[in-house]
Each structure stands twice: as C-alpha cells, then as structure tokens.
Design a protein around this ligand. Structure first.
Ligand code: B1M
Length: 215
C-alpha cells in the first residue's frame, strides 16, 4: 500500500498519532506536501464524508477522523506555508456563527499564509462582531468566512450587513467559501469573491489586495 493510502486509511480510523507519523515520514522521504494533502489527508476525509452522508459512520467517528486530519495538517503546515514571503496584506479568517467545522478554514489559513498574508484566525462559531472587531483591530485587508452547513450560510450575510451598517463595507475585501457555498450565493449576499478551494482563495486574496492597493 502506498504511504498516501496508509495515511488515508489511518485518518478514516481516527488514528491521529499514526497519521502524524506517516505524514512526517512522507515529508522526510521528499514527497510533495500537496500530494500528501490531496491524496492522503483530503482523500481520507472525503471517504469519511461520503460514509457520514450514507449513515455508515456517525458523528464520533467523524470527529476522531477530523482530529487526525488536523493533526496531519499541523505537520504539513510549515511546508505548505514555506512559499512566498513578502508580506502582501492581512486577513481575518473564521468559520461563521453556529458552525464548528474548521478543517477547510484551517486549510484556507495555511494557504493564505503561504501566499504571504498575515493571517488572524478567529476560530469557529465566530459572530459578526468577532470578524469585524478583529479586522478593525489589526487593520485587515480581507475578511474570509467559511461555512459548511446550509443553516449557517446566512450568517455570512449577517457579517456583510453589519459591515454596511457600520459604514465599513468598502474597507474590506470579503471572501466566502465552504462546501455548500457557491458563486451565486456569494453574489446574492454581496460578498466580493467566492472560491471553491483554499489554494484559489489564497491566489484570489493576493491578487485582490494588490489590485486594491494599486487602484
Ligand atoms: Co459535519 N456536516 N456536521 N461534522 N461534516 C457536513 C458538512 C455534511 C455535509 C455531512 C453530510 O451530511 N454529508 C453535513 C451538512 C449538511 C448541510 O448543511 N447541507 C454535516 C452535518 C449535518 C453536521 C452536524 C449537524 C451533524 C450532527 O450533529 N447531526 C454537525 C454540526 C455541528 C456544527 O457545526 N454546529 C456536524 C459536525 C461535524 C463534526 C464536528 C463531527 C466534524 C467537524 C470537525 C471539524 O471540523 N473539526 C464534521 C465533519 C468533519 C464533516 C464532513 C464529513 C467533512 C468536512 C470537512 O472537513 N471536509 C462534512 C461532509 C463533507 O463535506 N463531505 C460534514 C474537508 C474540508 C477540507 O473541506 O471544509 O469543504 P471544506 O473546505 C474546502 C472548500 O469548501 C474550501 O476549501 C477547502 C478545500 O481546499 N473552503 C473555502 C472552505 N472554507 C473556505 C473559505 C474560503 C474559500 C474556500 O474563503 C474564505
């Protein structure tokens, strides 16, 4: 079995320590961190997601798999972040109120750091004030929101509405993403950008900041 398959298998079983060890081993063997991410960690998480939807596994199993995923990501982070180094701008990133899913958000945080942004991760279940207060405090360029539940997607709108209410909407580049979010939803709530994955989020954020600074 290939090492990425082993990572995927251990992740599905929630064996965090094995995942951590194997991710490190794969890196030591010179494997591309993106291959480890996509073919090991994310592939295992996708299988768990499908089994969850089909009622073949339940919340506790998903929770331990998610812990193993985050443990693997923590080993990968320094490698994924190693790329660009010029400080491009600042971003505040979080998962919206009512939503505890953090894996996609963590990936976005890592990729943004890798693209040279200074990132303030406000965690999960973050309300509108938390996004805006942090953005104001640190002088952010970007507010990035993640949502994984159809029931929490509307909370992205709440953040944008509060920005408008405070007269701050144009001050920030607002980016949204997460499995149930799409381009038309982003347009409907008045976000600036939707991206389907963390790597494109980083690319778009960087371009948008540069474009705004040069405008
Ligand atoms: Co939950 N959950 N979950 N869950 N969970 C989903 C999302 C679900 C689709 C599963 C299913 O039914 N098939 C379903 C949502 C259904 C819906 O709303 N339509 C669901 C449900 C129902 C629930 C609960 C309600 C279950 C329950 O309690 N009965 C509950 C809700 C808790 C809450 O949040 N209040 C719940 C709980 C959990 C766990 C805690 C057990 C765990 C989360 C642990 C954690 O995150 N630490 C969990 C997990 C792991 C999942 C699945 C299996 C995997 C999610 C994930 O991490 N994917 C998920 C099924 C699935 O998505 N297939 C599911 C990997 C991750 C890398 O992808 O986050 O999409 P994702 O990020 C992607 C892109 O979306 C994008 O970049 C990433 C790729 O590069 N992206 C952005 C994300 N954010 C972005 C922001 C951007 C740009 C791109 O710009 C700012």
């Amino acid at each position: 079995m290939s090492i990425t398959n082993e990572i995927s298998e251990f992740l599905q079983k929630g064996r965090a320590k094995n995942v951590k060890t194997l991710v490190q081993q794969a890196l030591d063997e010179g494997m591309d961190p993106k291959v480890i991410l996509n073919e090991g960690l994310l592939s295992g998480m996708m299988i768990i997601g499908t089994k969850f939807r089909n009622n073949e596994v339940f919340v506790p199993e998903v929770l331990v798999a998610a812990r193993a995923m985050n443990m693997g990501l923590s080993v990968l982070e320094p490698k994924l972040v190693e790329v660009g180094n010029e400080p491009v701008g600042k971003a505040v990133v979080g998962t919206v109120k009512g939503d505890l899913h953090d894996i996609g958000k963590n990936l976005v945080v890592m990729m943004l750091k890798g693209a040279g942004l200074e990132v303030y991760d406000i965690g999960v279940d973050a309300d509108a004030e938390a996004f805006i207060n942090k953005a104001e405090e640190v002088g952010a360029d970007v507010i990035g929101m993640s949502a994984l539940l159809t029931t929490t997607m509307p909370n992205m709108q709440t953040v944008i509405d509060l920005l408008k209410e405070k007269g701050l909407r144009d001050k920030y580049i607002v980016m949204v993403g997460g499995a149930p979010v799409n381009e038309s939803f982003a347009e409907q709530i008045g976000a600036d950008y939707y991206t389907s994955d963390a790597a494109s989020a980083a690319e778009v954020a960087k371009q948008a900041i540069l474009a705004k600074k040069n405008a």
